[in-house]
Design a protein around this ligand. Structure first.
Ligand code: CA
Length: 228
């Protein structure tokens, strides 16, 4: 259960959100304007903010920037479908994820859980990760395999670090494009595939004979400990 703050001016959508989130076990507070939402987020605190970008008193993106100046609370942005430009801007302004309107409450709940899972493990991101003979040092941005340092590009490092931080969890290519590439749209599945194949080669493995990187057909990829 999470304490969720809904910032949404449309009373019908607000009511529906409160209803479905409460039904799924979250504690919900709400604000009908941007400034009321900012005040509630800062003064009352919450675990997560659901932020409508189209607000009457202040642009949702502007609100997000103001909130980010004072708080790292996870934010899921709600956008009108097809408004890809604002999604990109929202992610750049520090949103953790987005949902297009209209949304199903089950998928919103899944996003909430995923964002909370990611953000609650972020405190560990500077810790060295050791998985079998693979050692990832985020502070020094270095990776070694069986004692040999690997020469990874910045993107390959970020990709490997993200997968290793979520060891054992199947991660979709869409999540990788958002989390590693920060691009929610576009034909980036191929980009992910290409970088995964480069990373595989540097880890000395292939898709046919994987060690760390296991593809899960039609779902995504997970990083596993090959000794387990
Ligand atoms: Ca609105």
């Amino acid at each position: 259960m999470a304490q969720v703050l809904v910032v949404e001016d449309d009373p019908e959508i607000r009511r529906a959100l409160i209803h479905s989130l409460t039904e799924r076990g979250h504690a919900v507070t709400s604000a009908p304007t941007g400034m009321a939402g900012l005040g509630a987020a800062v003064n009352e605190g919450c675990d997560l903010v659901i932020l409508d970008l189209g607000l009457p008193d202040i642009d949702g993106l502007e609100l997000l920037r103001m909130l980010r100046a004072v708080s790292q609370v996870p934010v899921i942005v709600v956008t009108a479908r097809g408004d890809e430009n604002s999604v990109v801007k929202a992610l750049e302004a520090g949103a953790d994820d987005f949902v297009p309107k209209p949304f199903a409450s089950a998928s919103l709940d899944a996003r909430i859980k995923a964002v909370l899972r990611r953000t609650s493990s972020e405190g560990e991101t500077d810790q060295t990760l050791t998985i079998a003979d693979l050692v990832i040092d985020p502070a020094g941005r270095q990776v070694s395999l069986a004692g040999e340092e690997l020469d990874l590009s910045a993107r390959e490092f970020d990709l490997l670090h993200y997968l290793a931080s979520n060891q054992g969890r199947v991660i979709s290519k869409r999540e990788l494009t958002i989390e590693v590439w920060r691009q929610p749209y576009g034909g980036t599945d191929k980009t992910v595939d290409v970088h995964l194949s480069w990373l595989r080669r540097k880890l000395g493995e292939t898709a046919a004979e994987p060690r760390f990187l296991r593809s899960v057909r039609n779902v995504g990829i997970k990083l596993v400990n090959p000794n387990e």
